[in-house]
Design a protein around this ligand. Structure first.
Ligand code: ADP
Length: 377
């Protein structure tokens, strides 16, 4: 005999299950199904299997169920308790067939894109490598031609030769950047060799190496380095970064301008700034220029040659040191690049991802799977 109260609660439970956006079943503490909604019946066939006693073995709280007809359902079991007493469980089913299909498509696209990127990288590496040999030969023959024992050149011939040499040098730098980029993109990445670096010495060498070029460009270079600790870093790669910043400063600053290099230790970091009085970097491009092949419009429209690779390489090198490199504005509107490097080097890489936290406990000796399609057939 069903009491009036019982009837009301059953009606309310039925209405509640119908309101759920998933197939749902409520099970009592004895594993018997108390109620199921229409969505559940639709998912599992006309017979619905409601009112059926389900097998009482231990199941996971959430599971993905691949059905024989190709659908995939996600099932979640919520134990229902009141003041510690187990009242039963709410089983919900969501059809995730479409989502799984999209996931599989995305995975396939990802594999294809990774393969394309690998092929592009391999092609760039091979092409750059192949260009290097003939270019070395062009540069060697340029040098031979300047040797007076092969005959004297007219002033005009000497200036043509000078132009060939300068452009060949530029091509060599572009090829070196491309090769470095492909190495960084390869799975093994770029390996650094860490050692003690005297920052003042490194900066002086970097400035002196470029002194003739900057002087020819009509620029004035100032170097100010405060005393500080020896830095743990890869001197050769850090020189690449400084060379890039100084060459950029010289390239993007009109004659009569000034390049200033300032460095000082600050807390556990060395801060090195390379600033100039040139064309500057528009604010909205100060982050993007660190992505490979990106050039700000004022650099592209002016007569400034470039590939947009140098800063991407610099950022990779600085990050491998555990540091940061950012672009800003120098007083007067020029560019200012700030490098922050931890004195102690990059430190230990963060520990790999640990075990995922334990899933919340499964319901005790919960009901078995509700009838799957194949079981019902
Ligand atoms: P490249 O100079 O070969 O284009 P980089 O990666 O070194 O490549 O620089 C990327 C872009 O950042 C440049 O194209 C330019 O737009 C901007 N940039 C870099 N340095 C300066 C600078 N000192 N002054 C103005 N713009 C700069």
């Amino acid at each position: 005999m069903v009491s009036e109260d019982d009837g009301r609660w059953r009606t309310l439970l039925g209405a509640l299950l119908e309101a759920l956006p998933a197939g749902a079943v409520v099970q009592g503490p004895d594993d018997r199904v108390l109620a199921a909604n229409r969505e559940f019946t639709r998912m599992f066939g006309a017979e619905g299997r409601t009112g059926e006693t389900l097998a009482g073995h231990h199941v996971h709280r959430t599971a993905e169920l691949p059905l024989a007809d190709g659908r995939t359902l996600r099932r979640v079991i919520e134990p229902l308790r009141h003041e510690g007493a187990y009242l039963g469980a709410l089983w919900t089913y969501e059809d995730i067939t479409e989502r799984k299909r999209r996931e599989r498509d995305l995975e396939r696209d990802n594999v294809a894109l990774t393969e394309l990127a690998r092929q592009r990288n391999a092609f760039t590496a091979a092409a750059s490598h192949e260009l290097r040999t003939p270019l070395t030969s062009v540069i060697s023959f340029c040098e031979l031609l300047t040797d007076p024992s092969f005959g004297t050149l007219t002033d005009e011939q000497a200036s043509f030769l000078d132009a060939i040499r300068r452009n060949a040098d530029r091509m060599q730098r572009v090829i070196a950047d491309l090769l470095l980029t492909t190495r960084m993109r390869a799975t093994s990445g770029l390996e650094l060799e860490f050692d003690g670096v005297e920052v003042d010495r490194m900066l002086l060498d970097a400035v002196l190496d470029r002194m003739s070029t900057t002087r020819e460009a009509g620029l004035f270079t100032v170097l100010e380095c405060a005393p500080g600790p020896v830095l743990r870093g890869d001197r050769h790669r850090l020189q690449n970064v400084l060379a890039n910043l100084l060459e950029n400063a010289a390239k993007y600053t009109p004659a009569g301008g000034r390049i200033s290099v300032t460095a000082a230790p600050r807390f556990d970091f060395w801060e090195i700034e390379v600033a100039d009085t040139g064309i500057g970097v528009p604010e909205e491009f100060r982050e993007e220029i660190f992505n490979g092949f990106v050039r700000a419009p004022n650099a592209r429209t002016g007569e400034y040659p470039g590939t947009g690779l140098g800063l991407a390489i610099s950022r990779t090198i600085v990050r491998l040191h555990g540091g940061t490199i950012t672009a800003g504005e120098a007083p007067g509107g020029g560019a200012a690049f700030l490098i922050r490097l931890p004195v102690a080097g990059p430190g230990e890489p963060p520990a790999g991802p640990g075990e995922p936290p334990a899933a919340p406990g499964d319901p005790p000796a919960g009901p078995g799977e509700p009838p799957r399609r194949e079981a019902a057939a």
